[in-house]
Design a protein around this ligand. Structure first.
Ligand SMILES: Nc1ncnc2c1ncn2[C@@H]1O[C@H](COP(=O)(O)OP(=O)(O)O)[C@@H](O)[C@H]1O
Ligand SMILES: [Mg+2]
Length: 379
C-alpha cells in the first residue's frame, strides 16, 4: 500500500499519467508485465515523458516495475482504483470521496462518497474475487489465456456480480443499499447510516421485527429473485440507526437457487442469522421449518454452478463481467478512445485531474462500523 491515500494520490495525477495507466490496463490483455516499449508506443508520447510518468506512478504506488529480460510494468490495486475513480467522476456519478476508507474488509476497501447533488454514497473497491466462480475452474473458459492477471479479472467479476445481485434484490424490494453504478472493480451504492448487527449485539429495540424482516428478505430473495446470498451473517447486515431496518450487504458470492449446493448455502445463511438471535436475544427459530417455508412449492433444478448462472445471467453479461466492457473491442479501437479521452498534446499533458475530498465527519470517527471491518484484516 502506498503511504498516500487514494484520493491524495489521484489528485496528483496529470492527464498524461492517467493516459499511461489506461494504456497499461489495456495492455494487460496481452502482457502480465507490460514492456516499457509497448507503453511508449501505445501512449504515443516520447520515451522521456513516459519514463518520467512511470517513475511518478511507481512512487504513488499505482504501478509496479519488474526488471527481468525486459523492463515491464503492471497496475496495482491503487492504480486500478484510480482508473475506476476517474471514470465514475467523469460520468458525474461521484463528485467527492472520503480521504480514508470507512471500512477495510477482507476483500474490499469501502469509501464514503458524494454525488454532485450531495447525496451520500459508498464506493466499494473489490479486492480478490469472492464469487463462487473461483471454486469452479470451468468458468476459466471466459478468461482464456488472460489468466495471468487473475486479480484484475476476479476483482472486476466480483464487483459486477455484487452489482447484479443488488439490482435484482433492490427491484424485488429486498432491503439492500440502492445500487448506483459499477465500473471495473468498483460498486457504487447508497450509504447506509448504520451499525453492523454484530456491533449492536443486544442493543436492538425490536429484535423480533429485525429478525422477521431479515427472514422475509431471505425468502423474497430465494422465491422471487431466485438466488441465495451465500455469506449472510451478523457481519453483513447493517442496521439503520433511525429506523432499525436491517440492510443485507456484501453480495458478490451469491449463487442461483438452481445450483445444486444452493440449499446448503441457504441453510448456512439461516443458521448464521438464527444463531446470532438465539445467543443475543434468546429467540428460537426452527431452521428446518424456515427452510421448508422458504423453498415450499419451488422446483429446483440442481444444476452445476456455471449452468445455473447461465439461467440467470445472459451470455453478454457473463462476458462483460469477466472480460470487461471492452471485451469485444480491438485494442486499436480502445487506444483510439484513450486518445480522444486524454488528448495530451502540449500543455494538456500536465493538466491535473481532480476529485473533491469529503470532510472527515464526526460520525465516521466515532462509529465503530465506520472503521475497520471486524472480520477483516488490513489490506
Ligand atoms: N452501503 C453501505 N453503507 C454503509 N457502510 C457500508 C456499506 N457497504 C459496506 N459498508 C461498510 O463496509 C464494510 C465492508 O463491506 P462489505 O460489503 O461487507 O465487504 P467485505 O467483503 O469486505 O466484508 C461493511 O462492514 C460496512 O461497515
Ligand atoms: Mg462483509
Amino acid at each position: 500500500m502506498s503511504v498516500k491515500s487514494l484520493v491524495a494520490a489521484y489528485n496528483e495525477l496529470t492527464k498524461l499519467d492517467l493516459r499511461i495507466l489506461r494504456v497499461i490496463e489495456v495492455a494487460h490483455r496481452k502482457y502480465e508485465w507490460v514492456p516499457i516499449e509497448v507503453i511508449v508506443k501505445w501512449s504515443n508520447r516520447s520515451w522521456e515523458l513516459v519514463s518520467k510518468s512511470l517513475r511518478k506512478l511507481n512512487a504513488l504506488g499505482m504501478v509496479l516495475r519488474w526488471r527481468g529480460s525486459y523492463t515491464g510494468y503492471r497496475l496495482t490495486y491503487t492504480g486500478y482504483d484510480a482508473l475506476a475513480l476517474h471514470t465514475l467522476s467523469k460520468k458525474g456519478i461521484i463528485e467527492r470521496i472520503s480521504p480514508t476508507p470507512l471500512g477495510v474488509g477482507k476483500e474490499s476497501d469501502v469509501y464514503v462518497a458524494e454525488d454532485p447533488a450531495g447525496n451520500k454514497l459508498v464506493i466499494k473497491f473489490h479486492r480478490l474475487g469472492r464469487t463462487s466462480f473461483r471454486q469452479t475452474r470451468k468458468f476459466r473458459i471466459w478468461v482464456g489465456e488472460r489468466r495471468h492477471i487473475t486479480w484484475l479479472y476476479e476483482s472486476r467479476l466480483s464487483a459486477h456480480m455484487e452489482y447484479k445481485a443488488l439490482v435484482m434484490t433492490f427491484n424485488a424490494e429486498v432491503t439492500v443499499p440502492r445500487p448506483v453504478a459499477v465500473n471495473r472493480h468498483a460498486v457504487v451504492m447508497e450509504y447506509i447510516d448504520g451499525l453492523k448487527l454484530s456491533e449492536i449485539k443486544t442493543g436492538l429495540e425490536n429484535p423480533e421485527e429485525v429478525l422477521g424482516s431479515i427472514l422475509d428478505d431471505v425468502a423474497v430473495t430465494f422465491r422471487d429473485v431466485g438466488i441465495v446470498h451465500g455469506d449472510l451473517s451478523e457481519f453483513n447486515v447493517l442496521i439503520e440507526i433511525e429506523s432499525e431496518r436491517p440492510y443485507i450487504i456484501d453480495w458478490p458470492q451469491w449463487v442461483p437457487r438452481d445450483y445444486k449446493n444452493a440449499i446448503e448455502l441457504l441453510r448456512r445463511d439461516l443458521e448464521n442469522i438464527t444463531t446470532f438471535f438465539r445467543k443475543e436475544y434468546d429467540i428460537e427459530i426452527d431452521i428446518e421449518e424456515a427452510l421448508r417455508y422458504i423453498t415450499e412449492g419451488i422446483e429446483l433444478k440442481e444444476l452445476e454452478l456455471e449452468e445455473a448462472f447461465e439461467e440467470i445471467l445472459t451470455q453478454k453479461e457473463l462476458k462483460t463481467y469477466v472480460l470487461g466492457e471492452e471485451a469485444e473491442e480491438s485494442i486499436e479501437k480502445t487506444l483510439d478512445k484513450i486518445e480522444r479521452e486524454f488528448r495530451t498534446t502540449g500543455k494538456e499533458d500536465k493538466e491535473r485531474v481532480t476529485i473533491g475530498v469529503l470532510e472527515k465527519e464526526q460520525r465516521n470517527d466515532e462509529n465503530p462500523a465506520h472503521q475497520k471491518d471486524e472480520e477483516g484484516y488490513p489490506n
